[in-house]
Ligand binder design. Structure first.
Ligand code: JF5
Length: 224
């Protein structure tokens, strides 16, 4: 059982995502658990203030370390406490596979201009889901949940299927086709209709390599 706790100022952004499709099914089957906690519940004052002006001046507001750290500490023990930030380590498939084996992941989503830097001393990792800036960490937290939950045994129907995905091989996926055999003049490659499993496997391997070379040559440098 993999348990997630999401700390956020907008719990209503997370909850609906957990109530549909494969995540809802995984929760219902007892394979994962997702708890959502409002960071504002850890504010100290009656105005429930969670942010303040940056020391040294500048635009925007910064999340207070006392509020965020008390919110984190209230969720412990945890296998990992993960801050979602564009300044974090880029999330890759091997790390998703490692995180999927843990018991309790605390995912901390920020808003405003970010967290007081002292919060970093109270987390085990900082993760980024890409080189762009979101309006808050909620989508990044959901991306970590999506990337890891599908690797928990039983969450996907077919245990073979994620060995075949993009990135589990270190390459992009080969192109997939279904019916009809011709759509607006575009034909399914003959080899896929041939019933020759050896030739199909060989074609897919070559197409995966060709696509990766064309679209993501950076992945080929890492691929064995
Ligand atoms: C965030 C300060 C957190 O924008 C992100 C993000 C981008 N990639 N991975 C995470 O998180 C929200 C924005 C600004 C802290």
């Amino acid at each position: 059982m993999l348990r997630y706790t999401v700390l956020t100022l907008f719990p209503g952004l997370i909850e609906p995502w957990t109530k549909e499709a494969l995540l809802a099914k995984a929760i219902q089957r007892g394979l994962i658990e997702i708890n959502v906690r409002d960071i504002r519940d850890y504010a100290h004052d009656k105005h429930r203030q969670v942010d303040d002006y940056p020391y040294g001046g500048g635009a925007g507001m910064v999340l207070r370390p006392d509020v965020v750290v008390e919110a984190i500490e209230d969720q412990l023990p945890a296998s990992e406490v993960i801050l979602l930030t564009p300044a974090g380590e880029p999330l890759k498939q091997p790390l998703a596979e490692e995180l999927a084996t843990k018991e309790h992941l605390v995912l901390v989503s920020g808003r405003y201009e970010g967290f007081d830097a002292r919060v970093e001393e109270f987390v085990t990792r900082e993760l980024s889901i890409g080189d762009f800036v979101l309006m808050g960490g909620e989508v990044a937290a959901l991306a970590v949940i999506e990337a890891t939950a599908r690797l928990v045994p039983g969450v996907l129907g077919d245990p073979e299927s994620h060995r075949l995905d993009s990135f589990s091989s270190g390459l992009l996926d080969y192109p997939q086709y279904t019916r009809p055999p011709e759509f607006r003049g575009l034909k399914v490659p003959d080899v896929l209709l041939s019933g020759h499993h050896g030739k199909v496997a060989e074609w897919r391997r070559r197409e995966a390599l060709r696509r990766t070379r064309e679209r993501r040559p950076d992945l080929l440098d890492e691929h064995e």
